[in-house]
Design a protein around this ligand. Sequence first.
Ligand code: HEM
Length: 208
Amino acid sequence: MAVAELWETLKQAIVAYTGLSPAAFFTAVAVAAALYHVVSGLFAAPPPPPPRPREEPEAEPLPPPVQMGEVSEEELRQYDGSDPKKPLLMAIKGQIYDVTQSRMFYGPGGAYALFAGKDASRALAKMSFEPQDLNGDISGLTPMELGSLNDWEYKFTSKYVKVGTIRRAAPAEEVYGSISPEIREEVTVPVVEAEREPEPKPHDDDTP
Ligand code: HEM
């Protein structure tokens, strides 16, 4: 048999060249291989780390909220999330809050996107998503609804930065609709007076 003959020749060669028995020779080879493996493992570079799962692109840090001062309801509507470069704003009781940090709520497709860019006082007070309630008219609300609205206001003041107020350009009828005319006069007159620029008074020393 060719294989048996080859094996015999190999054994004889091992004995002749190394002076070791074949068993001792193969044991020595195995020990040397094991030693090499252990020692080379000590110096080898660590295996490369497993490929990292594809990371989401890091969200850009939000720009700091910008103070807007007085803003009309029409201007406020531009901040409803349709322009991703603009902050997301929402108002409660005429106070505007920057809600950009909660884009998942108020941004396009968010559960509360319909509040963005608006004064949502009435909707929040009534816990309503009806289009007719998506405004800042708080007339005719029940004490409970007003209480609920105040809770929302408290939540917003503690969570978001107030960046402005809504300039009420609507006719007094719309804003103060539920208030009786006598009281309305009392309420509106000082507000209008307060908003009006004071008339420049002639200086005393100007007069001859
Ligand atoms: C089935 C009814 C509702 C459920 C299960 C629900 C659930 C939630 C949850 C889980 C949050 C997140 C709270 C957080 O992480 O801070 C939230 C937030 C909010 N909910 Fe609702 N909601 C419901 C109805 C309403 C209604 C009717 C309104 C108003 C009309 C409303 C207005 C809001 C607002 C404005 C926020 C966001 C507050 C913020 O900016 O932190 N929700 N809601």
